[in-house]
Ligand binder design. Structure first.
Ligand SMILES: Cc1cc2nc3c(=O)[nH]c(=O)nc-3n(C[C@H](O)[C@H](O)[C@H](O)COP(=O)(O)OP(=O)(O)OC[C@H]3O[C@@H](n4cnc5c(N)ncnc54)[C@H](O)[C@@H]3O)c2cc1C
Length: 530
């Protein structure tokens, strides 16, 4: 059954066995999994079946950060959620990502990689990729001796898989509508989660449509699946009984918020032999489409006490890897910020060496693109690293006093890359450069050495748009908002689904892990509901 709350002349209250709030990857997966339970499932979605400005504007937030993406652009607020614009890169996290790593404060998941593996296998079919390959080595055979040489140097090739990309709303609406025990209500915005006076459980939700007509939802169990930012906001907003919001007794809701910073880290000039082997690798192996990337091996991460990060090799034109163009940007930034440039002479040298490219870049900005130019020639493999960000309590979601169009307090994101994260990146780049050199694989030029004005973490920084950590999971209520089964600590019947429960974020795009953890949650709820 599909109900549009905006078109109902009167809104009546709802009753269900399980109420899921949020129709993105997490909420839709959970609803699909629960069809077999035969219990009455109510799925509430704040947007409609198509995007509207009215719904999307509710994603507006204040941002306190040297650089963070506007939250109206990095998320979509309608049925299917942000899977309506995701890129479909799929991978399991690594075993080490789940461990308590002595060198990463606040690391450690309450579940292990091996416990999650069967759920990953089920998740891969929801995102419509080929089955997970327990042995990835045959996929990398075309790399010949280079695969082993990288291994010997402490870096290993890995695979990531392609989702079509599956748009969960489009792909699964029919299946949900066909289920007799599922009701989907669109334009149903969560306003508050209403606790019992002794805070032991949730009694109801208050929802409203865009005409501000409210309704009450009662259920045995509630799951909040609003995405990596809104999950925290919804708990913070629900503070009628617990000061500071549901589950916030220890001040953790909203804290440890993470994304995957994507950083222009280095240019790799591999040997011709390597490039020949690399190019032999088709993007398909035994009908499985895949991508290859490098990461530091587990032993390297342990020995050098580093967080995880992804090293993707992408051949780039000289226009993107020119030292001279970057030096010109450094000088421009230093002048505008009235700061001294310690390496001014080498910047001037770089500009002289690439003056033709700089002229060409300038001509291109005026729409004058030459038919053939040096700027388009091969300029090495540009490596933009996707970093694991250390969980930092100061990176957080809080509420402001400004109200959105539904009358709810708007959120604010505090986000930065800490000095320790920057240092991790420097150390990783140096290790990779030394390893590639020692194994005779090629030459590496670090972009960080050129960077005197912190452009790496400001103008050049981009993002995975992977919002994680703001309602982290832990066995210990003093360290996490939810427990190992994603139930809010101290509450009998409210759960959180999605990447907000990740205690750490690896470098791996989150959706496969969101779906896997949600299927695990579904198995848990099925037991309780029966
Ligand atoms: C450009 C881009 C590319 C990406 N590429 C990848 C990739 O390649 N691989 C990968 O793994 N991940 C990728 N991601 C991330 C991926 O899109 C998210 O991880 C995933 O969509 C999160 O699913 P979710 O269900 O937790 O949240 P969402 O998809 O955000 O769903 C939340 C749902 O809740 C609804 N909602 C919000 N507030 C309310 C409310 N108050 N009341 C009721 N409903 C509400 C929303 O409308 C939405 O439908 C990408 C993201 C972006 C932006």
């Amino acid at each position: 059954v599909l109900i549009d709350l905006d078109t109902l002349s009167e809104t009546s209250d709802f009753q269900a066995d399980l109420c899921i709030v949020g129709g993105g990857a997490a909420g839709i997966t959970l609803a699909l999994e629960m069809i077999a339970s035969r219990k009455h499932i109510l799925l509430l979605e704040g947007g409609g079946l198509i995007p509207t400005a009215q719904s999307q504007s509710l994603y507006q937030m204040d941002i306190v950060s040297p650089r963070f993406q506007p939250t109206t652009r990095s998320r979509l607020r309608y049925f299917g959620g942000s899977t309506n614009h995701w890129e479909g890169s799929v991978r399991t996290m690594d075993p080490i990502d789940f461990e308590t790593r002595a060198w990463v404060a606040n690391s450690g998941w309450p579940i292990s990689h091996s416990e999650l593996l069967p759920y990953y296998d089920r998740a891969f079919s929801y995102v419509e990729t080929a089955p997970r390959q327990p042995d990835e080595r045959p996929f990398l055979e075309h790399l010949g001796r280079f695969r082993d040489q990288f291994d010997a140097g402490g870096f290993s090739f890995r695979l990531s898989y392609h989702s079509p990309p599956t748009q969960f709303g489009v792909r699964y609406l029919d299946r949900l509508q066909a289920a007799t025990n599922v009701t989907i209500a669109t334009n149903a915005n969560l306003m508050s989660i209403n606790e019992s006076s002794n805070r032991s459980s949730v009694e109801s939700l208050t929802i409203c449509n865009y005409k501000r007509r409210t309704a009450t939802v009662r259920a045995r169990f509630f799951v909040i699946a609003l995405g990596g930012i809104e999950n925290a906001r919804a708990l913070l907003l629900s503070d009628a009984v617990t000061p500071g919001g549901i589950g916030n007794e220890n001040g953790l809701v909203g804290r440890y918020f993470m994304d995957h910073p994507v950083v222009k880290a280095l240019t790799f000039y591999p040997t011709d032999d390597f490039i020949r082997s690399w190019n032999k690798g088709a993007a398909m192996y035994r009908s499985t489409p895949y991508n290859r990337y490098l990461e530091a091996s587990e032993a390297t991460l342990r020995r050098h006490q580093l967080p995880n990060s992804r090293i993707s090799l992408v051949p780039a034109p000289q226009m993107r890897t020119s030292k001279g163009i970057e030096s010109a940007h450094q000088i421009e930034k230093a002048i505008s910020e009235r700061r001294a440039l310690p390496n001014i002479l080498s910047h001037l040298g770089n500009i002289l060496g690439d003056r033709d490219l700089i002229m060409e870049a300038w001509r291109r900005t005026r729409g004058d693109t030459p038919a053939k130019s040096r700027g388009d020639d091969y300029g090495g493999y540009l490596i933009e690293m996707m970093m694991e960000q250390r969980p930092d309590p100061e990176n957080r979601i809080v509420l402001t006093d400004v109200r959105d169009s539904l009358g709810l307090r708007r959120g604010r994101v505090h986000w930065r890359v800490a000095e320790q994260d920057k240092d991790d990146l420097r150390r990783m780049v140096n290790l990779f450069a030394k390893s590639a050199g020692a194994q005779g694989l090629g030459i590496v030029r670090s972009w960080l050495e050129l960077d005197d004005t912190d452009r790496t973490f400001t103008d050049l920084l981009s993002f995975g748009s992977h919002h994680m950590g703001s309602t982290r999971a832990s066995h210990d209520p003093r360290r996490g908002v939810v427990d190992a089964n994603q139930r809010v600590h101290g509450r009998a019947n409210i759960y959180v689904a999605g990447s907000s429960v990740f205690p750490t974020g690896s470098h791996v795009p989150p959706t496969a892990t969101i779906v896997a953890t949600t299927i695990r949650l579904a198995d848990h709820l099925k037991k309780w509901l029966s």
